[in-house]
Design a protein around this ligand. Sequence first.
Ligand code: FRU
Length: 514
Amino acid sequence: MRKLCFPVLLITLAVMAGIAAEIQKAFDQPFRPQYHFSPREHWTNDPNGLVYFEGEYHLFFQYNPFGDEWGHMSWGHAVSTDLLHWTQLPVALKEEDGIMIFTGSAVIDSRNASGFCLANKPCLIAVYTGYTPPKGSRPSLQTQNLAFSNDRGRTWTKYKGNPVLDLHMTDFRDPKVFWFEPAQRWIMAVSLPNDHKIRFYSSTNFKSWSQLSDFGPAGAIGGQWECPELFELPVAGQPNRTRWVLKVGLNPGARLGGSGEQYFLGDFDGKQFINDNPASTTLWTDYGKDCYCALTFNGLPSNHAPVMIGWMDNWQYAASLPTSPWRGQMTIPRKLSLRNTGEGIRLFQEPVDSLQQLRSEHVEAKSQSLDQINREFQRSHIAETHTFELTTSMSVDAARQIGWRFLHQDGSMTAIGYEREKGTIFIDRTHSGLIGFNPAFPSRMEAPLKIAGVLRLRVLVDRCSVEVFADGGRIAMTSLVFPPTDASGVEAYASGGRPGPSSATLWSLKSTHE
Ligand code: FRU
């Protein structure tokens, strides 16, 4: 028995090792993210259809199966059991009959409300925008459509009765659907981009939808409104109090130009969204340039923190990013919460807990001067991998500016700093390495941040990105960077006065492709 099996075992192991080496090679080009999702090849933009179903997190994404530019939009597909190690599966929803598959969401139909589920088992329903390009004198068309899967998202069938919503409009897109328990109905939030409105519909069977109400214009109204998202969150420290978060993407016309996202806090009663703040209030989800069309997971167990993933990019320069054979990637999945701040309730974002499992080697400095910290860090090679995490708390004291320089080499570096007098935190990538591929790329991004003397930062670096979570997630800032290959340093700095002691830990993060 053993004699027979041994060669088979050896061959199997050799094949597996070969496959593992291939996968690693497929994900080891310059700038290739090591713990953020990027497709093996080709173009991606928005995350779509995020849903947790039967032990798997599904990430669908806007995908061009034929190249690294936007086009032939389809839903790519990847699954994970920890939100970090993703296995890319075949394309889920393909362009067909000239109709592209634009952004949308996915839900679990556990009671066969749709009539699409087999053998009384729950099935997955995707609700997406179908886009028909213009032809001759006929303008383009955007409608809402359904597809379903009875095999855990592996294969999909488009509903024969599509579209389920057609307003004969060229701009009407990005349906976010979720189950609203009190009314026992599915709710859809969908964008009327040029009107700066989000329209709400409800349904009991996915096939017919009743119009409920419109929200907007309000807040920032530059460009078009896209990618709405509506979800309820508990307010930390206030038992039984929840608020609804209505998140809306804008492109172009966001704070820093190009794409960006705002959110409204309020109430949703199953019919309409009522803003807690005056229409003139604008709250931004992310103060960097590179987090767009973020979506939360449907189907999470009730004890699971809500999780959101965004496209780590900006339409201003997405088509010219210097990466190959893929273009586009996702943010780190972020755990969401609402907390009271001096300015009112705000949305907090932090990396999901599973990220800690990727931590390996580390170097730590506790309550030391910045010089001591730098000496300690210089002895380590952690930063050379461009795949690391920094957690730090810095006592600002008399320093006018305090922060960190990352990925530096011969004058290029990315700076993250705090300006005490202005009360702002910034990421400066104007000297971050490769910046000339698009004039809109070099930039200094700034966010207002009031702190009580101590700057607390968690920074994730993953080859071509820097994500900053400041003050426990109060401010999120996401930025792509393309540093020189041999850039390595992580260095604390202060100017304009003496800072107090600081603590910092630098973690090496394991690649999820290994
Ligand atoms: C946002 C967006 C969506 C649209 C999709 C098309 O990035 O413009 O509104 O559905 O991309 O790829």
